[in-house]
Write a protein that binds this ligand. Structure first.
Ligand code: 0WK
Ligand code: 0WK
Ligand code: BGC
Ligand code: BGC
Length: 924
């Protein structure tokens, strides 16, 4: 009864615009922007579920990692066979990709042939289907005179959901669209293909890659448009893929770089996420499909189902007397009688209504003109909903990419293929419009894949080949850096020889400079001291107060401009005096004439605790008239020139010595100081009796007298030591200046060609000032060999992007340097940084092992437990350096327990401590 009333109510309305009637009838299919935004949000949630290890198994949207890690960069080349199975056509192709032509259109040559896939094969056994595929391949080789004898690399576009343990494996999850082949689910599709090829015989193929059609489409469009990072198919089926950050893909090892994810969005809604948008017609289509309950989203969107949806709507409306005067034909009752091509035809701009009439007539219906308008409106609403749903899905994907990259706007290209998108009159326009309306801040470009996905599949194979060969060559270059046990033993023994030699005589590569520091602090130090610290990244002035084993410290940091570092000595020390003056002013201590410890982090031949001759500049300092001069005198003269304050400089200290003292104040076991910063150096408490060169000046002739200049100072220095040595002094801290190891080319057999460009000296291989240069040499070589930045060599000057930085940061550093590399480029840059800094840590570890083992042996100990006070940006800020250093020492000096104590307040406190010791001694 109710139905009759309803019919008469509608009948009365018939006189009105037929589209209104349909709009009302199908209002559930007419989605508004707020609903699309809601669907988009739901899809984003599903994407997260699919990517996370916790929820992926139950996720409706599978989010399958594809092992495709980078899009084409135009340097791909090669000749490939390609198979394209899963869309409306099965194609066999030969794809020729030539060097660099990719940038210009037409850089790829395709020859193709389409082969039918009989229905029975789509629902038959897997071996039958793949025998057909392999025979088609053989026929293609024959037809194109391609020698079957040669091993042909092949790329396989297989448009069904697969898990990819590797690029050349595809484990089929389930069939969809009109395929329901037996015996392949859960198995490797590539293996099935190879077995079929073997059965067919007389062919030799190597499957380099198996990819989904979305992925291949993205690659096809990516060859000409490097912004293309999304692939979209709206064809028989529907699906999308995109480049996601590897750190978000739990199922794949590693955090660096990106990987293409095949969303398999056809399954969206299989878990009920779209139930409030599912109409009775969708349920009918699903119930009658080969996979009820599955691919819900696909059944609302893709070409395999749109026609059927329209038919079911028309059938229902006809039954309700809303169309064709309630007349229903058998054809209209028959599944599949209206195809998606019919839907597209009905929506043709000019001939749409005529097409509609023809199609309905073909269904044995006699439609009135109003019926035709109404039916056309039904088609419009059904296909419009499809493009709207695709827009909602795409909006979710593009929003995710934007969030991944912390961008406000996004410029991106979507590569598209599929019959619905290509042939349906309004579809593409509607889709573009809705996406741009839902994402106003994004510039989304849609590129139609002209030549199908096989070009893309071949490019995946070509990129895989390029990445494999690139990887091999980069690994070759990187393999030069990690030092093997044997090499480390060499470094340790050469360091040891260098230490011993430096203790005996002068002019050795490792200078072993006496510091006149005989003791580490004993906690009795007290009073107020000024400490000046020159030689690291900055110049620091600090006031240190010691009281009852506690210290208070105030400091100020000053930069040393390059022109001062490389000006005259006078300018440099005047600049220091000016900074000290500013500090004393700031502290209100200008009148104080404070006892001062001066950390001067350069090799100085000291002749007393408060005097030392600069042997050579390092770390980029080149101030003139300083080498051979006494550093303390130069500072005193500058202070005199300034005539505003005065200091009582009681100690000249190397930063390694200051660091050792500063840490020994916390840990009495600290007898070694190490700097891994701009420069690299180490000091340690040596047995006085071992400092032979001291003894030499006791009358044994010094064989190479003529070679040494300023011998008087040295003899004076040795006299000072001799007179200074009292009973309780058994040790003295030696500033090794280990940076000089290798000056005699004793490291030549462990260095790489990249080092020769820089200079083969221990400091140049281990300190922050030079590691960047070694990295630059490596990157320059890799770029010249076309393995990086597409071979574009630009002016490579840059600071070292530490390998701790997230790739995004590496990438932004490179961009700041005008190096617009790909993700892979950033990964390689990061690896090179890691290899160079890791070797630096190993070298320091081997050097340290030589020192601690020497101390252990000198003290005739089986086991030595000792602490190293350490400072410097490389040790403190580099993530792996300290770890690798500790591990290397542990392995290279197994009889020593070495504790590394990072210095909190730098070497300044150490210099003040030494000043306190000196001052205390002067009082006694
Ligand atoms: C053409 C591509 C193929 C893909 C097809 C999808 O070359 O890989 O599967 O588009 O569209 P359909 O043929 O299903 O409409
Ligand atoms: C901080 C010390 C300073 C030393 C510097 C080395 O206080 O004496 O020279 O560390 O590290 P860099 O600043 O070279 O990284
Ligand atoms: C498949 C996808 C494919 C899409 C388009 C879907 O049915 O599951 O793998 O990408 O169709 O061909
Ligand atoms: C200097 C050393 C200093 C080291 C760390 C080297 O260049 O020669 O004296 O200890 O850098 O700053």
């Amino acid at each position: 009864m109710l139905a009759v009333h309803l019919v008469s109510f509608f009948f009365s309305k018939l006189q009105e615009d037929p589209t209104k009637k349909v709009d009302r009838f199908l209002h559930a299919m007419r989605l508004q922007d707020d609903q699309l935004t809601d669907i988009s949000k739901r899809f984003m949630a599903e994407m997260k579920k699919g990517l996370s290890i916790e929820s992926t198994a139950a996720a409706a949207v599978k989010m399958l990692p594809t092992q495709v890690r980078s899009t084409p960069d135009g340097s791909e080349k090669g000749q490939f066979l390609a198979l394209d199975l899963g869309g409306s056509k099965f194609k066999v192709l030969r794809v020729k990709v030539r060097e660099d032509v990719g940038i210009r259109k037409g850089g790829v040559e395709l020859e193709e042939k389409t082969y039918p896939i009989p229905k029975e094969l789509q629902v038959g056994r897997a071996d039958e289907l793949f025998d057909h595929v392999s025979e088609s391949l053989k026929d293609f080789l024959h037809e194109k005179n391609i020698s079957p004898k040669k091993k042909h690399p092949l790329a396989f576009t297989f448009s069904f959901p697969c898990e990819h343990p590797s690029l050349d494996q595809g484990l089929l999850l389930n069939w969809c669209k009109n395929y329901r082949v037996r015996g392949l689910q859960g198995k490797d599709v590539v293996k099935a293909l190879k077995q079929a090829v073997n059965r067919t015989g007389d062919m030799d193929i190597e499957v380099l890659a198996i990819v989904d059609d979305t992925v291949a489409t993205m690659m096809t469009c990516g060859f000409d448009d490097q912004c293309c990072e999304v692939g979209l198919i709206i064809g028989t089926g529907t699906n999308a893929c995109y480049m996601d950050e590897l750190r978000h893909i739990d199922l794949v090892e590693g955090d660096e770089g990106r990987m293409c994810v095949n969303t398999e969005w056809g399954g969206f809604g299989d878990d009920g996420a779209l139930d409030d948008f599912i109409t009775e017609f969708d349920r009918e289509v699903d119930a009658a499909s080969l996979n009820p309950g599955k691919q819900i989203f696909e059944k609302m969107v893709s070409g395999m189902y749109l026609g059927e949806l329209v038919r079911l709507v028309l059938l229902k409306m006809a039954k309700l007397g809303l169309l064709f005067d309630g007349h229903v034909s058998d054809a209209l009752r028959t599944k599949g009688k209206i195809t998606t091509a019919d839907v597209a035809a009905m929506e043709e701009y000019r001939s749409g209504l005529k097409n509609t009439k023809d199609i309905l007539t073909h269904l044995h219906l006699s439609p009135s003109p109003e019926d035709c308008i109404a039916v056309q409106q039904v088609s419009t609403i059904v296909s419009f909903r499809s493009s709207n749903l695709v827009a909602a899905g795409l909006t979710a994907i593009l929003t995710r990419i934007r969030q991944n990259r912390n961008l406000r706007g996004l410029r991106i290209t979507v590569g598209v293929d599929g019959t619905v998108y290509k042939t349906h009159p309004q579809y593409s326009k509607r889709l573009h419009k809705v996406v741009r309306r839902l994402l106003p801040d994004c510039q989304v470009r849609f590129v139609l894949s002209e030549s199908g996905s096989s070009k893309g599949a071949a490019l995946v194979a070509a990129v895989a080949q390029r990445l494999t060969s690139q990887r091999r060559k980069v690994d070759e270059a990187l393999s030069l850096f990690p030092l093997k046990q044997q090499q480390l033993q060499l470094v340790r023994s050469r360091m040891r020889e260098g230490l011993e030699a430096g203790l005996k005589s002068r002019g050795c590569t490792i200078k072993m400079l006496p510091s006149f520091v005989y003791h580490t602090p004993d906690g009795t130090e007290r009073g107020k001291y000024l400490a000046l610290d020159l030689g690291g990244t900055n110049f620091r002035a600090m006031l240190v107060r010691f009281k009852r084993q506690k210290s208070r410290l105030y400091h100020k940091i000053y930069t040393i401009p390059l022109e001062i570092m490389q000006g005259t000595g006078e300018e440099l020390f005047d600049h220091l005096a000016q900074c000290v003056c500013d500090f004393l002013d700031y502290m209100g201590l200008k009148k104080a004439r404070l006892p001062t410890g001066f950390t001067f982090s350069f090799p100085c031949e000291q002749s007393g605790i408060d005097t030392g001759t600069l042997v050579s500049w390092t770390k980029g300092f080149k101030a003139t008239d300083c080498v051979g001069q006494d550093a303390v005198s130069m500072l005193r003269e500058a202070i005199k020139r300034r005539n505003e304050f005065d200091l009582d400089i009681v100690a000249l200290v190397n930063d390694t010595v200051g660091t050792m003292m500063s840490c020994a104040y916390e840990d009495p076991q600290c007898e070694i100081g190490m700097i891994a910063g701009t420069g690299s150096n180490l000091c340690y408490m040596e047995e006085l009796k071992n400092i032979k060169k001291i003894k030499q000046s006791n009358g044994t002739t010094n064989t190479n007298k003529e070679k040494l200049e300023g011998e008087e100072d040295e003899n004076a220095a040795m006299e000072a030591v001799k007179s200074d040595v009292t009973a309780e002094k058994s040790k003295m801290c030696i500033n090794t200046e280990w940076g000089g190891l290798g000056d005699d080319r004793c490291l030549d057999d462990i260095v790489t060609p990249y080092d020769t460009e820089v200079d083969i000296q221990f400091e140049k291989l281990t300190s922050g000032m030079y590691l960047g240069e070694i990295v630059r040499q490596v990157l320059l070589d890799l770029t010249r060999r076309g393995l990086l930045f597409k071979g574009h060599v630009c002016c490579f000057v840059f600071p070292l992007p530490s390998d701790r930085l997230a790739l995004l940061q590496v990438r932004s550093i490179l961009q700041q340097l005008g190096l617009h590399g790909t993700c892979d480029d950033s990964i390689i840059v990061k690896e090179v940084c890691g290899a160079v800094s890791c070797r630096a840590a190993q070298l320091c570890g081997a050097g340290m092992a030589a020192v601690v083992d020497k101390i252990r042996e000198d003290r005739r100990l089986d086991r030595l437990s000792i602490t190293v006070g350490v400072d410097g940006a490389l040790y403190k800020l580099h993530p792996h350096f300290s770890q690798v250093l500790k591990e290397t020492v542990r392995v290279m000096a197994p009889q020593c327990d070495v504790t590394f104590l990072p210095s909190e307040e730098g070497s300044g406190k150490g210099a003040a401590l030494i000043a306190a010791v000196v001052r205390h001694r002067q009082e006694i």
